[in-house]
Design a protein around this ligand. Sequence first.
Ligand code: NAD
Ligand code: GLY
Length: 368
Amino acid sequence: MATKVIVSLPGEHDYSVRIGSGIIAALGCNLREIERFSTIRDVLVITDSDVGPLYLAQVKASLSQAGFKAADIVVPAGENSKSLEIAGEIWSAMAQLGMGRDCVVVALGGGVVGDLAGYVAASYMRGVPVVQVPTTLLAMVDSSVGGKTAVNLPEGKNLVGAFWQPSFVCADTDTLATLPDREWRCGCGEVAKSAVIDSDDFFFWLTNHAHELANRDSETTQEAIARCVVFKADVVARDKTESEGVRECLNYGHTLGHAIESCASFGTFSHGACVAEGMRFAARLAQSVAPEAGRGAVEAFAEAQAELLDALGLESLNHGLSPEELLAAMKHDKKVRSGELRFVLVDDIASWRVETLSDDLVLAALGG
Ligand code: NAD
Ligand code: GLY
């Protein structure tokens, strides 16, 4: 049975996130049910070279059965496709295909395709609708919902982008069958992040189902995705453009995580493994700034979080990077203000805050 979560954001159309097995077959019909899509003809499906051979035919068949005329563009798989150059090629192709303001872009793939296609849609003719069809666990639990779209510049990741909410999200869990283990664990890292920030209920549910999720049990996976989407929809509803100090919680574990990824050169360690290491580190930081009287509780949380990460297959990372190089890399984080490092710290489940910390304290927690 498919699950449906409605995302309601201020100043936006509500949109549905459908999660379930085999639901790509109904994608075309689901889109026709959206009132403003009832007369649309042209659809551009953007996918990548890994996902296209697996799922593009199914998506196009579903769209054409519902009367859409679907063209496609396949970009090379990998982060390098999140570029202005590729976005430009897609805009030109759309213009050459004669696509007007009444077209729809469908993003079929992981977070790379989702971010790229979302940005392409946000800018083409000053904005055409985008539908997200996420095919990685990370994209299902995080990037396909909430409207962050972006491409990278040579100077850094996600430096050009827009907030552009999808009109519909179709998370077909059958597509996860072909996802490599490394990508599965990436998604598990984001599920753990959501559970820690969200609530006791989600955290203890995940702790009790961690082995099932690590082993890709289908019922557990569907429930984990639904819980993450409900959590993210709530966060984004309270802070759509990350300007109210709420959405920042989604960066938990990412400050050190991104630094490890960039120092070890992107791709050496999986993003999920780096985020998990960042969560362990943030818990150490929280312990080091906790008042004496409250330290026991913070330690107990750090231990419970470590056990959860271990059970999800996200063991402690032996990255071999020096505290000094990690500190320097963290200074490039988007959360840095006036050269000072800011971290999302968690003292206990669902109890988070952003704190500015001195370089010395951070170096000490890194073991320097
Ligand atoms: P990805 O899109 O690169 O996918 C990982 C790999 O798996 C790729 O090679 C892809 O082709 C392949 N793949 C995807 N689905 C598959 C499937 N079902 N079967 C087999 N192979 C499959 O990586 P990702 O982890 O999904 O996304 C990472 C990107 O997401 C980053 O660029 C990051 O910045 C972005 N992101 C965005 C947000 C947001 O809110 N917009 C949030 C988190 C991450
Ligand atoms: N994944 C971070 C965000 O959507 O804000």
